[in-house]
Design a protein around this ligand. Structure first.
Ligand code: FES
Length: 67
């Protein structure tokens, strides 16, 4: 399956749905290292922990407001 949604940390091969099980971004990073390699998923991780959503458009307009 291939679509344009961002729904995982590609570096760690962890879906946002999996990472959402952690209490917050800090806990998820401590446990998995998500968002610490290329950091490409980091804005989406912030958005995920803010909104509870686990799939985002690559150019989600809310991205700028959470950075
Ligand atoms: S995609 Fe998450 S750190 Fe690279």
């Amino acid at each position: 399956m291939c679509d344009d949604k961002v729904n995982r940390c590609e570096c760690l091969h962890k879906t946002f749905a999996e990472l959402k099980l952690f209490a917050n971004l800090e806990e998820a990073q401590k446990a998995t290292g998500c968002g610490l390699e290329c950091e490409g998923c980091l804005p989406y991780l912030h958005l995920m922990f803010t909104t509870g959503e686990t799939s985002f458009d690559i150019d989600d307009p809310r991205l700028t407001s959470v950075l």
